[in-house]
Structure formats: C-alpha cells, structure tokens
Ligand binder design. Structure first.
Ligand SMILES: [Zn+2]
Ligand SMILES: [Zn+2]
Length: 101
C-alpha cells in the first residue's frame, strides 16, 4: 500500500498503478490527474512529514536536527531547549501528548 501524495488516497502499490519516480523514490497515484499535478510541482508534495514537539506542542518537520530516540520511538523538537527539557523527564511529556486514550 502507498499513499497518493497529491490527494492522500491509499493506492495499491503494484506495477499497474500510476507511478512516477522522483528523487529515487517511487510515488504512486490514484489517477493520471494526480500524477500530472505532482509533476507540475513535486517538491510541494514531497515535503517531509511533521510531528508534534512533545514539549511545546509546535509542529516540527521530521528533518529537524533536534530529535531523540526514546523507547524505540523518535521524538522531534523545535529547538535545543525543548530537547533538553524532554531528556530530563521523557516519560512526563510522552504521557501528556502520546498517551493512549
Ligand atoms: Zn489521487
Ligand atoms: Zn519546542
């Protein structure tokens, strides 16, 4: 399964799917129209994902250099100060922001 980066639909990632290689990654599309939109401006659709900084709740891109792995998960931060706070008491921040309902 793959996600159509244009419309967000799930697409069957097989050879029959509408696909396009961009920067070494194969992208799948639900239809030709999504594919041509993608080709007009691929960079818009291939932006890195964002995560929530568990300390200040800001949206941070996953290419942020402030990140830490804790119990098998990677957490991203907006700045060194947030990263530092998290390192002091990781469980506290995870409990607030990532607790299972
Ligand atoms: Zn689509
Ligand atoms: Zn922050």
């Amino acid at each position: 399964m793959a996600i159509d980066p244009v419309c967000g639909m799930t697409v069957e990632a097989n050879s029959a799917a509408v696909q396009e290689e961009y920067q070494g990654t194969i992208w799948y599309f639900c239809c030709d129209s999504c594919r041509s939109k993608f080709l007009t401006d691929p960079a818009t659709y291939t932006q890195p994902e964002t995560m929530t900084d568990p300390v200040c709740c800001m949206e941070v891109s996953t290419d942020s250099s402030y990140h830490v792995e804790y119990e098998g998960k990677t957490y991203y931060f907006c700045c060194e100060s947030c990263l530092g706070k998290f390192n002091i008491e990781p469980a506290h921040y995870i409990q607030i922001h990532y607790a299972e309902p």
